[in-house]
Design a protein around this ligand. Structure first.
Ligand code: NAD
Length: 465
């Protein structure tokens, strides 16, 4: 019965980055009263004015549709005391040694603790944190709560699996919701919170289409530490899949096989599946690199080595050098050469630049004396702020980027790059070399050298009769 499943709760989301914003707006859409809190005044001001500080498809619309149940603040003293559920969604960036930096989590936990009301409140950790952090957060809360009241502050781990670029779909139609807690009361309150999503008849708004084979998500209730491990194990496995495809791709190039055909062939095996087997420039983004390193660093605390993960990271690094190697094979010295880089974001449909392969590519090209002209349909304004240490010229269009270039590198598989008319573009270039690091070109343009990943040479390795 739908009427029984929805009980509006008061929710505060601490940290309004990619994860916190998605969480806050989604929960408001489900009918909860949500406060989004951030220490960054400029983000809060933007949000209060109805603007989003990040680019995520559809999120602006969901924000408009849910705005009556949302407010934004920097003030812990008003955001915490009334909340039934408090999410921690602050960043956990890597330290130099690969371990995650938990400073923001500790600061948030302390600020939350100082404003708890002494009644039962659930503190939910959504940031990706190493196993044991939940207990540590519980300790920080007990140590800092104004009135000590043991057992009233329930800590739940609720790891986030959303992908930037499809965050709305992932939060509204998740495969599973993982809840880790050593208190059944904590799990029960979270079940209330997510009740609408757990209902088979749930429909998100029309701009987030319901999958045709929709099955309501599995609610996976676990021990606190298992939930924390699930997040790392999931990301590590996905990173592994990509590195595996890249490793096989390298061998394909040598033996004259085609990686797209190979992954197509193996993906039909249901035990393997098609997803996350794209060979290319390797993984990037804020999560895979940091989470694989964090897992290895946790292992080393226990004197436990993780050779599979170490190899996955090494393959990913090799993939980034490969792009430059391919360029050198054709252009030889890069000094004085002009290279167009298409795509800066670490993947399409986001403006997130963290650990983007394009960053390394631009850095290496300029170190070798090349001139770089870069283009991205969405991420250029963010790059202007975050990539000031890099030297490249912005191009307002693909055409402007490739004009006079000796070579072009496709670094991000934006849809608009899939549809380019290369025969028209190549006319403006000085060289006729395309390094398609995402294997998105499906028809070989005329009289050009096309390098892709995992293909012997260009598109369409000839088949034997
Ligand atoms: P982010 O850097 O975009 O956002 C973090 C926000 O927290 C910032 O706005 C920052 O100002 C705010 N903040 C920092 N300290 C604070 C404090 N003491 N009080 C209030 N706000 C504070 O980070 P993100 O990408 O949203 O990631 C958050 C967490 O979620 C990380 O642990 C990450 O690993 C995990 N995660 C991210 C993704 C993703 O796709 N981005 C997916 C799953 C999990």
């Amino acid at each position: 019965d739908k009427t029984n499943t929805m009980q509006p709760l008061k929710v505060t989301v601490v940290g309004t980055g990619y994860v916190g914003l998605g969480t806050a707006i989604m929960l408001a859409y489900l009918g909860h009263q949500v406060t989004g809190l951030d220490v960054d005044q400029s983000k809060v001001d933007m949000l209060a004015g109805g603007e989003l500080p990040i680019y995520e498809p559809g999120l602006d619309q969901l924000l408009r549709d849910s705005k009556d149940r949302l407010r934004w603040t920097t003030d812990y003293t008003t955001a915490i005391p009334d909340a039934d559920v408090i999410f921690i969604c602050v960043g956990t960036p890597p330290n130099a040694d690969g371990s995650p930096n938990l400073r923001f989590v500790a600061e948030a936990a302390r600020s939350i603790a100082q404003n708890l009301n002494g009644k039962v409140q659930v503190v939910v950790n959504k940031s990706t944190v190493p196993v044991g952090t939940g207990d540590w957060v519980a300790r920080i809360i007990e140590d800092n709560a104004r009135e000590y009241s043991s057992g009233r502050y329930l800590v739940v781990s609720n790891p986030e699996f959303l992908r930037e670029g499809t965050a709305l779909y992932d939060s509204l139609y998740p495969d599973r919701i993982v809840l880790g807690s050593d208190s059944s009361l904590g799990i029960e309150r979270m079940r209330l919170l997510y009740a609408p999503l757990l209902d088979q008849s749930f429909e998100a708004p029309a701009y987030v289409p319901r999958p045709s084979n929709y099955e309501r998500p599995e609610l996976v209730a676990t021990a606190l530490s298992s939930a924390e491990m699930i997040k790392y194990a999931a990301n590590a496995f996905l990173a592994l899949k990509i590195s595996f495809a890249n490793e096989i791709a390298g061998l394909c190039e040598r033996v004259g096989a085609d990686i797209s055909e190979v992954t197509q062939g193996i993906g039909h095996d249901k035990r393997i599946g098609h997803r996350f087997l794209n060979a290319g420039a390797g993984w990037g983004g804020s999560c895979f690199g940091k989470d694989t390193s964090a897992l290895i660093s946790t292992g080393s605390e226990y004197g436990y080595s993780m050779p599979i993960l170490e190899a996955a990271i090494a393959v990913n690094q090799r993939q980034r050098s490969l792009i430059i190697n391919k360029l050198q094979q054709h252009l030889h010295r890069l000094k004085g050469k002009r290279v167009a880089v298409l795509g800066m974001a670490f993947k399409p449909n986001t403006d997130d630049l963290r650990d983007a392969p394009a960053h390394d590519t631009i850095q290496r090209l300029t170190a070798l004396g090349a001139t770089v002209v870069a283009h991205d349909p969405i991420a250029m304004p963010r790059a202007r702020r975050e990539w000031q240490h890099l030297s490249y010229t912005e191009a307002e269009s693909v055409r402007a980027a490739v004009r006079g270039a000796d070579a072009v590198i496709i670094a991000t598989e934006w849809d608009e790059y899939r549809e380019l008319d290369w025969n028209a573009l190549l006319v403006d270039m000085r060289g006729r070399l395309i390094i398609d690091t995402r294997n998105i070109i499906t028809t070989q343009p005329d009289r050009c050298t096309l390098e892709q990943i995992g293909k012997r040479s260009g598109v369409g390795v000839p088949h034997l009769p």
